[in-house]
Design a protein. Sequence first.
Length: 580
Amino acid sequence: MKRRLSWALWFLSIAGCATASSTAQRCPCSTGPGAERVPSHETGVGFVVVTPDRGFMGNTEVEDAFSVLQKEHNSAFAVVTDQRTSSDLATALRKVADRGARRAVVLPFFLSSEAKFLLLQRLVTEERWPIPITLARPFGQSYLAIEVLADRLQAIREPKGRRVVIVGHGAEPSSVALQEAELQRMANQASEGFGFESVQVLSWPELDKEDGQDDHVKAALSERLKGAPRPVVVPFHLGWKLDSMMSFTALLTEQVKGLAEIVDVDVTPHSAVGTWMLREARRQLALRDEDVGVVLLAHGSDYEWNETMWSSVAPLASRFKIEPAFCMADPPLVERAVRRLEARGARAIVIVRVFGLARSFERDIERMIGWDVEGRAPSGQGVHEGHRGPPRPGYQTAGGHGNGRHGRAGPVPRIRASVPMVTVGGLEDAPYFADALLDRALSLSKDPARETVILVAHGAGPDAVNDHWRDVLASIAQRIRSGRGAQFRAVKVGTWREDWPVKREPEVAAIRRMVEEATRDGGRAIVIPARTTGVGPEKRFLAGLPVEIGTGFAPHPLFERWFEEQVRLGILRLSGAAAR
């Protein structure tokens, strides 16, 4: 073993020098026929994909993924070796500048704190370049990296109860702890739902050609595997890969032989790599309205309900690309809308959640589009005002979402999109919502001084969520009373809690009493459903009582304005995410 390791390290040191001196001349992505083609929609921004030098096979795998970006954007490719990288990066920057770029964004294809990434960071900040440059976030900070790791974990047979050790590579000795912390974060996110006994990480520093330098790492790996139930090692690195035999993964395979099963593939090749490059480039560009795709995510019902909701946003289709997804955050339907928008040329997507509460399905959608990895911490609880039972834990079980994991253990894959995505929405007590409900009441009014308006909502099972619903209705009622609805005799509120029979009965009784009180002495009761559109069970629950029943928010000109406001908010959030 030692002799084979020594030979591999010696070969790596020789090959590394050869690669470092010849990459710029050899790389087909830098010099081939396609490299000189300038994309038709030149924007003044160039992109340079930079990857750690892995040797021929590893570099070629990244170059193959780079071709996806090259078809759409003014771009070039560079490899980090040592201080000579400065000259190679300058050459790549001059290429995009010669094609019209006035500034460049470096897209670093690195996982975490590899030594070569730290070198790239220093070069970007310390050197003077032909055009201004900025450094985007590395691949390892994207949700697509988590998806690649989840796919590698998916290859583990009978995962439940097994101990997993994920092995990284390439950190400097001083940054091993940092790399392991970053790998552990990725491991925790990627391993949700598999049922492993434990998931540990190990960072293997840059190999030195002096035999024996890595003995302590081997010992640490053996310690992690000792006594483990059916242990498995998962290489997840951008380490050396001269060919399929002379690679860090091959070395690791030999090291764990007889001790553990090993997943015999690292980060590349994987389709998500090219997707990441294209998505990161699109994150850096300013958005015009025609570039923005919008998913209308609403509860959905029968054909008439769906058509009513769709017609409410139809006027906006002249400015934005819009696709409906009428469901309760059902992954296949949301992904269908995303794919249709990608096919229509959208370069960013805003998913507008048209539900009564802002946190309805917020966490589900944020996970679906990777914001649980890249964006803010989800504030919602996955609650829908009509969802039975406890909040969904963010869809983390297999089934129904494509990508080849039907019926398998592990998390349902996120939507692997080539465009940045964000989600917004939830009506809450939005002024547009409140004013539209007031318009519904006024349209039924005959003598406001003798009329009581009763706002009713679906409500929720959990008391805390239902109390929030009542607070929302109280805020809307206050806006009505303090404005154009001041002439009404009273404005009251109630929730049906319609999907929870035990809790529903006293609520129905309370709202019926409100109607009875409102109709005494010649008064009138006007019941307005605080819903996204249409009506709920009002006629059935209020049967036998004299009452006027209105309809919900859409269609109404103010709904259209609310919806566009949400899209604009989404665009602002996308701009903020690009700036991070």
